[in-house]
Design a protein. Structure first.
Length: 493
């Protein structure tokens, strides 16, 4: 039985948070826009301070305990899922329960739908949102749709499709699943094969560890010279995304180091290798050489012999961490890998089409509205992707459902307005959503989207999706979307 996570008391922050919430809820009707902005920022910072103290660093504390508990309950994850069932806390309480615990009323008022119509209707008429924008708002505690406009119209989601990709991967594999990279040696130890399992985040340090373990095993067998191979056959189909060579995504490969980046960046656009698998094998060969193993003329593509044995192995960050990184940074390479991992779990070809079929099948299990949906890729770079606002908001409502704790990393991975990821530079001025809104962004030429969660002025945790197409000014479209999300946080003024 795992030892329960010990967290510092948040009592020193309770009074501050309670006072901030009370002022926010009682005085909001008398605030003008800039005053609401100031109060919202203070509320966001107060809640953030309490959350950090309670949860601890990014990879520890309450959230990690929730993920461990969720993974154990799900009992999924394939060969690399830890079957142990550590005890842990129940899923984090919903926003209404949290606010009630702080002594703040959280009951949704009558006429909530009418209130949202009055607030969102005029904002959706902003010309910056292009032609016929769609919107859905769901109360996650009840599952009730509070607002809908064009809710069932399939639209291009851009990167908000990553919400669907990550939900499908977690449903198929579980949050504790890890992607392996292995090194296999032939029976005589004269041929060594680096086998990619599809981890796009494999880094130089991990590759160095693999080389060190491999060299040690070979030397123990009296071998100092080998033929080096590399195997990226775990993925099939075209490696190039339909958008072609692009700094936003590397050729999709089961073997790559640092997402095929040719610089030292960890996120965002970057020059990419045209052959990430060969580049990884070249780097591995160099590291073997430094460890005292000669690889001759260099690596060749090929599969490991049938009777080969594993001499080294590296496991990726748990799927929960990959999901969070994919959402926070809008990481296209991780998203495409997650779609293929979902396909592999379903026994389908690990290509774009197999990913589409597998993601669709997993979401169907959640009984969500899939009419008109098309998951042409996992990242949202393909304009053939189609989802509805109802589907995106429904997915987020599912992630908040206590019956689906395995999906919690989707919520924890959403960028925080004004603080993290792709929202770090938004909601920083003239906005009341700072610290209150968590949302996935989406941007293509002529397409701007935003989908996430927000705690409104009544204490409800709302899931929302706003999709706009035919936009001509990306900056203005983003501002209009941010205004919609901020309006949810503010409620009727």
């Amino acid at each position: 039985m795992a030892e329960p996570v010990k967290r510092p008391s948040i009592k020193p922050f309770g009074k501050l948070i309670r006072a901030t919430l009370t002022d926010h809820l009682d005085l909001r009707n008398g605030l003008n826009n800039w005053q609401f902005t100031a109060v919202s920022a203070a509320l966001g910072l107060a809640l953030a301070a309490g959350a950090v103290l309670a949860a601890g660093p990014w990879d520890s504390g309450q959230r990690k305990a929730e993920q461990d508990w969720a993974a154990a309950r799900a009992r999924t994850g394939g060969a690399h899922h830890d079957p142990a069932a550590p005890d842990g806390p129940a899923p984090a309480p919903s926003a209404p329960a949290v606010l009630a615990a702080l002594g703040t009323a959280a009951d949704a008022p009558d006429g909530a739908a009418a209130e949202l119509r009055a607030v969102l209707g005029p904002l959706l008429k902003d010309p910056a949102l292009g032609t016929r924008p769609s919107a859905v708002v769901i109360d996650t505690a009840t599952g009730k749709r509070l607002y809908g406009k064009g809710a069932d119209t399939p639209m291009t989601p851009a990167s908000t499709v990553k919400i669907a990709t990550t939900v499908a991967a977690l449903t198929a594999l579980g949050p504790d699943h890890r992607i392996p990279t292995t090194v296999r040696a032939s029976a005589d130890s004269r041929t060594v094969t680096l086998v990619g399992g599809g981890d796009p985040t494999l880094d130089r340090a991990a590759l160095r560890s693999l080389a060190a373990d491999t060299a040690r095993a070979l030397k123990d067998s009296g071998v100092h010279r080998i033929h080096l191979r590399y195997d990226a056959s775990g993925y099939s189909g075209p490696a190039l995304h339909p958008i072609g060579p692009n700094e936003n995504i590397a050729p999709v490969s089961a073997l790559m180091v640092n997402e095929g980046r040719l610089d030292d960046t960890a996120s965002g656009p970057a020059p990419r290798s045209g052959d990430p698998a060969r580049a990884a094998a070249d780097a591995f060969g160099e590291l073997l050489g430094k460890a005292g193993i000669t690889t001759g003329s260099g690596p060749a593509s090929g599969r490991a012999a049938a009777k080969s044995r594993a001499v080294a192995k590296h496991l990726s960050t748990p799927l929960s961490g990959l999901v969070e990184r994919a959402l926070t940074n809008s990481d296209n390479d991780i998203a495409e890998a997650l779609a293929r991992q979902t396909a592999l779990a379903a026994g389908r070809p690990a290509d774009f089409n197999g990913g589409r079929q597998a993601v669709t099948a997993q979401l169907r299990k959640l009984k969500l509205p899939l009419k008109g949906a098309n998951f042409a890729d996992g990242s949202g770079l393909n304009r053939q992707d189609k989802v509805t606002a109802a589907l995106l908001a429904g997915l987020l409502a599912r992630t908040a459902d206590p019956d689906h704790p395995e999906l919690r990393p989707v919520l924890s991975g959403l960028p925080v307005a004004g603080f993290s990821g792709t929202l770090s530079g938004r909601y920083t001025t003239k906005s009341g959503g700072t610290g209150l809104i968590r949302a996935k962004t989406g941007t293509l030429t002529g397409v701007n989207t935003l989908s996430g969660t927000v705690v409104d002025a009544h204490g409800r945790l709302l899931a929302f999706a706003f999709l706009a197409s035919g936009t001509t000014d990306p900056s203005a479209a983003q501002s209009a979307l941010d205004s919609l999300a901020t309006a949810l946080a503010a409620g009727k003024r």
